[in-house]
Design a binder for this molecule. Structure first.
Ligand SMILES: [Zn+2]
Length: 217
C-alpha cells in the first residue's frame, strides 16, 4: 500500500474527540485539526540555490530534534522578505564558507516566526514520515536528528514571542509526523561542545517540551 495514503496516526488516536472550531460553531474532529501542516516555506519559495553536491536520503524516520541558534544579529525586521534573506544567507555561508553540500540544518525559524525549509528535501521527507535527509548540523547526530536553526543570538536574551510560538507549533508537527517523543527535543550543546543554542534559549527547552506536549494532546 502506498504509505502516503495511510491515515495519520493522530487521526486514528483522536478520532473519538470532537472540538468546536471558530465562532461559527463548526464542529470538526479534533484530529483533523491536529493533522494540519503549519505553513512551512520550501526551498523553492525562498529562492534556494541547488545543492552543491548530492544529498543523502536515509531510509528511516528521525528520532530527535536538536534546537540551535544561528548566532546572527537579533534583527527587528520580522518580515517574510527578511526571513527569506536569512535562509539564503545561511545557505551561502554553509556552502561557500563551510564547504557543505547545502544548508546544514533541516529547518529554520525566523525571529518573525516564519518557518522555512533548510536542506533540500527535508520538507518532503517530513510529509512522508518514513525517511529523513542526512543533515550537517551536529556531528554524530546528522543521521537521526532534525536540526532547527533559530535566527538570532540567545546567550543573553530570549527569543521573541512570535519566534517562540512558531517553534512550538513546528516542533509539535515534527514530533507528530515522525513519532518523536517530546523528551527527545534537545539542544545542540547536549551532543556537542558548543554554547549553541545560547544560555537563554537552552534554559527554555524544558518549557518547549512542556508546550509541545500540550500541543500534541
Ligand atoms: Zn547549533
Amino acid at each position: 500500500m502506498d504509505i502516503a495514503h495511510l491515515p495519520r496516526r493522530s487521526f486514528l488516536r483522536g478520532a473519538a474527540g470532537l472540538a468546536v472550531a471558530g465562532a461559527a460553531g463548526l464542529v470538526l474532529p479534533r484530529a483533523a485539526q491536529a493533522a494540519t501542516e503549519p505553513r512551512i516555506y520550501s526551498c523553492a519559495e525562498w529562492g534556494a540555490r541547488p545543492p552543491a553536491d548530492a544529498l543523502t536520503t536515509l531510509d528511516h524516520p528521525a528520532d530527535r530534534i536538536l534546537i540551535h541558534h544561528i548566532a546572527s544579529a537579533n534583527s527587528t525586521d520580522y518580515s517574510l522578505a527578511h526571513a527569506f534573506q536569512v535562509a539564503r544567507d545561511d545557505q551561502h555561508d554553509h556552502i561557500d564558507n563551510n564547504g557543505w553540500s547545502d544548508t546544514g540544518q533541516h529547518f529554520t525559524v525566523s525571529r518573525g516566526g516564519y518557518r522555512l525549509e533548510g536542506r533540500h528535501g527535508s520538507l518532503e521527507a517530513l510529509r512522508g514520515r518514513t525517511t529523513m535527509i542526512q543533515g550537517a548540523h551536529c556531528p554524530g547526530q546528522n543521521t537521526n536528528a532534525i536540526g532547527i536553526e533559530n535566527e538570532g543570538l540567545y546567550t543573553s536574551v530570549e527569543p521573541p514571542r512570535l519566534q517562540w510560538e512558531s517553534l512550538v507549533v513546528f516542533c509539535a508537527y515534527i514530533c507528530r509526523q515522525y513519532g518523536i517523543p517530546v523528551e527527545e527535543i534537545k539542544g545542540h550543546r547536549d551532543f556537542y561542545n558548543t554554547e549553541c543554542p545560547g544560555d537563554k534559549l537552552y534554559a527554555k527547552l524544558p518549557q518547549l517540551r512542556s508546550e509541545v506536549a500540550k500541543a500534541l494532546v
